[in-house]
Design a protein around this ligand. Structure first.
Ligand SMILES: [Fe+2]
Length: 397
């Protein structure tokens, strides 16, 4: 067992016992304990890895799929300390059924915090409402952040470096604060643990039909959407969205869902569109290792408007103009696809005939004009539409 974490665990135990194991004090108590002797300054990562690999005397390890991986560094019946490695991980927007604090031991992350307002439970496992960004911070190595259980702490982390390593001192479980909702911005919250086995099997059966290019795929889905309740219908819609889009049937099935559920379904189209946009950025996150580019992706994923994106860029790069930073990142991120150039998911319009150098200039000019809000001439319209309808869209709102 690593002596640093053993000492940290004993300190937390002793202090918490003095507070009669009050849940209320635990987040701040653990934050203070870590800030007094920060893991980032007191733990040699290489030594810690060596000790964990070579010494059998380790706390009981769990089977958690959280972290890449999770190492348990200290356990007590009431709380434990975990070390989480993150290689490509971008956490979903989520809340917790535990409390404590986390510390950035290595790397840096963009930390976004949210409120879920106007919330309404449709079932105990699905809620609708409005997810609003409350705060976004750049967490550098050495930062410690308290975590409270339940809806008071809805957050996500976007790790900028590989690996990012966080230390979490956390309770085992805070009764009554579940479920640990995942949030699908801007309007849905779903319980990721809820096991609706019938829906799961139906989704798997639909995958079989998809793989077979079954001619009745759409009619089966359509029939399900017409008859299912909101929760099962939403999960079916979510699951079949890609396939229905490829078949050109998406709009009509989505409309059927909206007709059936009326007001309740109001936020569903925006939520599913945003889901696709975030999925694309997550996929790009796997391929992009440059921390500056990851920072740009983190902003596109988590910040909803240009003003806030610009102020975060200025915070991190105070000597540069945000527009110049974005243009330089875009220049580096432009990729050559089979059919022409793409900037992330903004493809150069196939209808315009241009060699690659001209495409490059038109894309960069298009981005500059969109960022500056310049008037768009008719011949620039298609490039402009491609850029503003892409995952770059928050830059223009
Ligand atoms: Fe979390």
């Amino acid at each position: 067992m690593n002596t640093y974490f053993e000492t940290l665990g004993r300190t937390v135990l002793e202090r918490w016992q003095q507070q009669n194991f009050s849940l209320e004090v635990f987040p701040e108590l653990t934050r203070i304990a870590m800030d007094e002797n920060p893991p980032s300054e007191n733990v040699d990562l290489e030594e810690m890895i060596h000790e964990f690999l070579s010494n059998d005397q380790q706390p009981l390890q769990g089977h958690s799929g959280f972290g890449q991986p999770e190492l348990v560094a200290y356990t007590d019946p009431r709380f434990y300390i975990q070390i989480l490695f993150w290689m490509e991980g971008t956490t979903d927007i989520h809340q917790h059924e535990f409390s404590g604090a986390f510390h950035v031991m290595q790397g840096s992350s963009v930390h976004s915090q949210f409120n879920f307002v106007n919330a309404k439970s449709v079932t105990p496992h699905l809620r609708v409402g409005d997810l609003k960004l409350k705060q976004i911070d750049l967490l550098e190595t050495g930062r410690t952040v308290p975590i409270t259980s339940g809806k008071a702490c809805i957050h996500s982390l976007f790790h900028l470096d590989t690996p990012s390593v966080t230390v979490v001192v956390r309770t085992q479980h805070d009764p009554g604060t579940g479920p640990q909702y995942n949030y699908l911005p801007p309007h849905m919250a779903v319980d990721p643990i809820h096991a609706d086995s019938l829906t799961m099997r139906r989704k798997q059966l639909l995958d079989v039909l998809e793989n077979l290019d079954h001619p009745n795929y759409t009619s089966h889905v359509r029939e399900m959407i017409d008859s299912l309740d909101f929760e099962r219908g939403f999960h079916t819609l979510h699951h079949t969205m890609d396939r229905l889009m490829a078949l050109g049937e998406w709009e009509s099935v989505l409309e059927a869902f909206q007709n059936k559920h009326g007001e309740l379904a109001k936020g569903v189209p925006a939520t599913l569109a945003e889901y696709l946009r975030r999925e694309y950025i997550t996929q790009m996150r796997y391929q992009i290792e440059n921390p500056e580019h990851r920072f740009f992706l983190a902003l596109l994923m988590n910040v909803q408007n240009r003003k806030d994106i610009y102020s975060l860029i200025s915070e991190r790069y105070p000597d540069n103009s945000p527009t110049d930073m974005i243009l330089s990142w875009a220049q580096e991120l432009i990729d050559r696809a089979d059919f022409g150039l793409t900037l992330l998911d903004a493809a150069f319009p196939e209808s315009i005939e241009a060699d690659l150098d001209t495409q490059f200039d038109l894309l960069m000019n298009g981005l500059y004009n969109a960022l500056e809000g310049n008037t768009i001439s008719e011949d620039q319209a298609e490039v402009h539409t491609s850029i503003t309808n892409s995952c770059l869209s928050p830059l223009f709102s």
